[in-house]
Design a protein around this ligand. Structure first.
Ligand code: NAD
Length: 468
């Protein structure tokens, strides 16, 4: 049984509600969870409110807050194997991917521990004698932090580390589908002696606990990552190393079975390379080994749920009806061992064009579509042919072309000759409908700070605006 964490105590739901999280590998129950109701949301927000208004956290020094974040980073590394195991079981991703997630989460806590003191404000030159003027950065207050299921611990760290570094108090809600690693993370904060009320954990559904949390009048800031996203262009020019680019196209599209917000699911390939490229891509996709994330032989795990797989299958059917040419996958695996889990074979569609729903919508599964282009201008036009813009990539051996295309793409991240790496010190977020604001980097801390201008006249005198 996993509990809520409110005001420094593990607790059942006020109405004793519970739910189950299941293993996507075989649909068996993994754990029972307290399911927060409205009274629990009230209690968690009240605890965070009291901790912010009256507790020591907001008045603590930046050194103290950085020390806590540093300690969390140490504890994450101490428990690396166990946490990766939990994340793999709950999400279905491979152990290697889950280990990388723990390491990335650690890096995020270390990064914000490191910069917390460097972004405390600035001095402004008022251009007047006897006046000092400064901008101070202060915490916003009670932050409600809501994370998606695909990178549970990592996504919550992008919010929690800067929120705490800035002196806020928090109520966090992981996805109901993958809450276990977040529960473990809260355990590490308890071990590190975080003051009661600074970090509160709600477990439960988006439509109930999540909705009550975001509507709560005592919440000052909401940070939400979730649905509404698109497919991201991965543009391949002729002349790059063939094996490298095919290999990376597989990683871009099929890492975590394509359930990555920035998955390179929309391949845009130059004419002259196109046929050999798609043939090799499909052959390699067919060889991807599916299985349990805990099995070291596994390269791709299951999708997160039966409902999500059904949605991806609807898109595959739609792609076929729109005339896309199926070159690999498109169905569940034949193996009886995998029959209970939510598996789908990695799927390659060629002959795609921009009007198809399977090209424009975020399928969020192991489905890559391939379009052709002939000129650089056409590639850019296709790459920008979306109302979203989280990330995209360009593969070319021509450095000038790489810079031209990267400069023209309207996406928050552009990779040149790579796909997927992100850095805690570099801003992450989208153009267009792909999101509001930025996470990570200094901007990721900025989001959790109010800016105050303190203007100090050290030699006050009458202003003489009025004579009477
Ligand atoms: P989701 O929108 O279903 O849920 C996200 C979170 O919001 C969950 O914790 C959920 O319980 C909660 N929620 C749902 N409805 C709510 C409501 N009415 N009020 C308050 N909270 C509510 O998204 P998901 O399926 O968990 O995540 C997958 C999506 O997240 C994909 O679209 C993916 O692209 C996106 N994503 C984006 C990024 C990014 O960096 N931009 C990163 C990871 C995932």
């Amino acid at each position: 049984m996993r509990y809520l964490y409110i005001a420094g105590k593990w607790t059942e739901a006020a109405d004793d509600g519970t739910s189950q999280t299941i293993n996507p590998y075989d649909a068996t129950p993994l754990d029972t969870l307290a399911e927060a109701c409205a009274a629990d949301v009230d209690a968690a927000v009240a605890a965070a409110r009291a901790a912010f208004d009256e507790g020591p956290w907001r008045r603590s020094t930046v050194t103290e807050r950085a020390a806590l974040l540093g300690k969390i980073a140490d504890l994450l590394q101490r428990d690396r194997e166990q946490l990766a195991h939990t994340e793999s079981l709950d999400t279905g991703k491979t152990l290697n991917e889950a280990r990388a997630d723990v390491d990335d989460t650690t890096a995020v806590f270390r990064y914000y521990a490191g910069i917390a003191g460097a972004h405390a404000g600035r001095v402004v030159d008022p251009g007047r004698p006897h006046v000092t003027s400064r901008i101070t950065h202060e915490p916003v207050g009670v932050c409600a932090l809501i994370a998606p299921w695909n990178y549970p611990m990592l996504q919550i760290s992008w919010k929690l580390a800067p929120a705490l570094a800035a002196g806020n108090t928090t109520v966090i809600k992981p996805s109901e589908l993958t809450p276990l690693s977040t529960v473990a993370l809260v355990g590490l904060f308890e071990e590190a002696d975080i003051p009661p009320g600074v970090l509160n954990l709600l477990l439960g559904q988006g439509g109930t606990a999540g909705q009550a949390l975001v509507a709560h009048p005592a919440v000052d800031l909401i940070s939400f990552t979730g649905g509404l996203a698109s497919r991201h262009p991965n543009i391949v020019f002729d002349g790059t190393d063939f094996d490298t680019v095919v290999d990376n196209a597989l990683t871009a599209a099929f890492l975590h079975s394509g359930q990555v917000c920035s998955a390179g699911a929309r391949l845009i390939v130059q004419d002259s390379l196109h046929d050999s490229f798609v043939a090799e891509l499909a052959a390699r996709a067919d060889r991807i080994r599916l299985g349990s994330g805990l099995d070291p032989e596994t390269e791709c795990g299951p999708l997160i749920s039966a409902a999500h797989r059904a949605k991806v299958e609807r898109y595959i059917a739609l792609g076929l009806s729109e005339g896309a040419e199926l070159l690999a996958g498109g169905k569940r695996p034949d193996s009886a061992d995998l029959a209970k889990g939510f598996f789908l074979r990695p799927t390659v569609f060629a002959g795609c064009h921009r009007e198809m729903a399977v090209v424009q919508d975020e399928v969020f599964g192991p489905v890559v579509t391939v379009e052709r282009f002939s000129t650089e201008e056409e590639a850019i036009r296709l790459g920008n042919d979306t109302s979203y813009g989280l990330a995209g990539a360009v593969w070319t051996s021509d450095a000038g072309q790489a810079e031209r295309v990267a400069g023209a793409l309207r996406h928050g991240t552009v990779w040149i000759n790579d796909y997927h790496p992100y850095l805690p010190q570099a801003e992450w977020g989208g153009f267009g409908k792909s999101g509001i604001g930025r996470e990570l980097g200094p901007s990721g801390l900025d989001e959790y700070q109010e800016k105050k201008h303190v203007y100090h006249n050290t030699s006050p005198a009458p202003a003489h605006w009025f004579s009477g």
